[in-house]
Every structure is written in C-alpha cells, then in structure tokens.
Design a protein around this ligand. Structure first.
Ligand code: ATP
Ligand code: MG
Ligand code: FE
Length: 349
C-alpha cells in the first residue's frame, strides 16, 4: 500500500511516504533552532511550528515521492506518546486529510514506529524476529522485546527519570556547552579520557537488579557530574568530564541491552532514536555485541530520529496484516503504552 505518515510528537515535523516496505520520501522540518535559546523543547513553540511546517512538508514529500494525494491508499499519524499539543496538530491534519480524501486512517504508536523504521532500510537484510530494541532519544530510553511488529511488543524497561538524550542536554549545560547537548558532548569528548573520572552507572548495583534489571536512571549521574564540577578547583577538564560522562551513559545502555538479549535468548539488538547518532554508543554496542554473539542493527540516522516514514511504514505493516483502519475517535495520548501499537482500530462488520 501507498501510505503517507505524519509525525509531530516532539520538535520534528515529519512527513514520509512509503510503498509497502519501500521508502519513497522522508521530509523532516525541525523547530530545534527555536527551542535552542530555551535549552529544551518548549511545547507551545513546537505545536505552532508544526502548524506552519505541515502543509509545505506534505507538498515536499509528495513531490519527492512523485505521487499525488489521490494516489494514496492510507494516511498514518502518531497518536502518542509525545507532547500532547504537538501530537494534536498532526492528528488534526491527518483526520482532515483522511476525511477530505476519503482514505483510511491509521493512528499508531510512536515508539513502535521507531522499530518499524528499520524495515525501510533497503540496504539491510530483512528484520529477524524476535529482537531486543533499545530506543534512546531526547524523550525516551526504552528497552523493548519485539516478537511481532504489529501484535507483540513488550516493554522490558525504561528510564525512571531523565531520558538519555535529556541527560546529554543537561550535562552539556553544566559544562557551558550549547543545546542540544548530545553532539556538543560528543565533540568535547573526542579529546578526553573516558576513564579519567568514574561516574555512577544508574540502577546497576546488585540490589537494583531484581526490580530494575532493564530500567535506566540518569538523574543521579547528572547530579554526580554537577557535584564533581562544583568541587573541582581550577580550569575544568571539560573533555575528560564529557568523555567520562558519555562512557557512563553508553556503558549502562549497552550492558542492559545485552543483558536483555542474553536473558531472553535473543541474539539480535536493534538500535533507534536520536542518541544513536553518538559514535561511541555505536562503537561500544557493536564491539560488545560481537563478543556476546549478538547481531546489531542500526538504521540510517535519518530513520533513527523522529520521522514520518517510520509512521507510514508501521501503518503499511498493519495494513499488510489485515488490520482495519482507526476510527476518528482518537486523540493525542502523551503516555500511550507501547503495547498499543494501533489506536482505535475499527470493529470489523
Ligand atoms: P523523541 O524523544 O520524541 O523521540 P526527540 O526529539 O527528543 O524525540 P531525537 O530528535 O530523536 O529526540 O533526538 C534528540 C536527542 O538526541 C537530544 O537530546 C540530543 O542531545 C541527542 N543527541 C543527538 N546527537 C547526539 C549525540 N551525538 N550523542 C548523544 N546524544 C545525541
Ligand atoms: Mg527531536
Ligand atoms: Fe522519537
């Protein structure tokens, strides 16, 4: 099926068009520049930016894909999780399109969309299931067990406080680096010693592991960095702090992801989310997975960060497996659980 997907859960206005598992276009407009001066995504600004960006992004995606609105078989949209106001803008546009064009509408889960992104990577062999998936972004840090993309995604664990990307952003601020902090920390860390300072690995003590084996915590790490920098006398060794902080995040992400693979006897790990841009995370994941006999899949970055193609791709899979469209009675669900892969599926008649 030819599907247009709309993604507006955070600061990216993403419009993607797929034909089945073939990616035709993936247009992304980000309002990140507008949030930069506030040091974080401002929900009202994100929502307004989506409103302005949607129409041109839809036109650009159609042009790039070489298709017309009438050609579409279905519209797909992110229903949650994400920022409620931002989600609502995409949902309003999707409903308007579906009604005016008389096309079926699929309301889908953003996190499962991140997994679906992987099947659009034409350069990779077909996705094998089950797989463990680690999704790390500015808003999420989740470890999932995916048995079936359209029916069976289990949440193994997630962050109990800050998301990994958020931790990068907050620590960058502590170090006087601009927002978004991920790329800045990465750059600063390049000349630093990752073992200069031993920062804590959240929820990794033996006593944490029975209840929080697959959960993450980054706020203690952030506090540890703050305390260390406050107490330091002299010119701050920014490169060493950045490298040591990054190592703590990467270590705990990879350790827990590989533990999930081992515990479930699943020798496959899929990575997704904007933090995957981190070179060190990719390198450590690849090296330690190889030692453990685990295959790692990393889609291209344009499919890892928030985008509309993954939403269209997930809807195409739902259609393929015979699912009915969503009714129009759904809204934004900022805390939509990962088990709700599709929202408001119509009842078969
Ligand atoms: P969501 O949480 O809804 O998926 P988001 O917009 O918060 O969306 P992304 O756009 O996927 O997340 O990723 C942005 C986050 O990734 C920011 O927190 C940013 O600091 C972080 N990031 C980007 N590049 C890097 C990097 N090289 N290293 C570490 N973190 C990075
Ligand atoms: Mg973003
Ligand atoms: Fe996302």
């Amino acid at each position: 099926p030819l599907v247009l997907g709309i993604e507006t859960s955070c600061d990216e206005t993403g419009i993607g068009i797929v034909r089945g598992r073939t990616l035709l276009s993936n247009t992304i407009a980000s309002s990140m520049d507008e949030h930069a001066r506030y040091g974080g995504v401002v929900p009202e600004i994100a929502a307004r930016a989506h409103l302005e960006a949607l129409q041109p992004a839809i036109e650009a995606a159609l042009r790039e894909a070489g298709v017309q609105l009438d050609d579409l078989d279905a519209i797909a949209v992110t229903s949650g999780p994400g920022l409620a106001g931002a989600l609502m803008v995409g949902i309003g546009a999707a409903k308007a399109l579906a009604v005016s064009l008389d096309k079926p509408l699929y309301a889908v889960n953003h996190l499962v969309g991140h997994i679906a992104a992987d099947i659009l990577d034409a350069s990779a062999p077909p996705l094998e299931l089950p797989t463990v998936a680690l999704l790390v972004s500015g808003g999420h840090t989740s470890l999932l067990l995916v048995r079936d993309l359209t029916t069976d995604v289990e949440l193994l664990g997630e962050t109990v406080d800050d998301a990994a990307g958020e931790a990068f952003d907050k620590v960058a601020r502590l170090l006087g680096l601009p927002y978004p902090g991920g790329p800045e920390i990465d750059r600063a860390a390049a000349s630093g010693d990752a073992h200069a300072i031993r920062f804590p690995r959240g929820l990794s003590r033996a006593s944490d592991l029975d209840k929080h084996r697959y959960d993450f915590s980054f706020s203690g790490l952030k506090t540890a960095v703050a305390r260390w920098t406050e107490q330091y006398d002299g010119e701050l060794p920014v490169a060493d702090v950045a490298a040591s902080f990054r190592e703590a995040v990467v270590d705990v992400l990879v350790t827990k992801a590989l533990a999930a693979c081992a515990d479930h006897g699943v020798p496959r790990l899929l990575l997704g989310g904007g933090v995957i841009a981190n070179r060190r995370l990719r390198d450590v994941a690849l090296a330690r997975a190889a030692e453990a006999g685990v295959t790692v899949r990393i889609p291209p970055l344009s499919l890892c960060t928030d985008n509309g193609a993954m939403i269209a791709g997930l809807a195409a899979e739902l259609i393929r497996s015979g699912r009915k469209p969503s009714t129009l009675e759904f809204g934004a669900d900022s805390t939509l659980p990962v088990t709700e892969i599709q929202v408001a599926e119509s009842v078969a008649v």
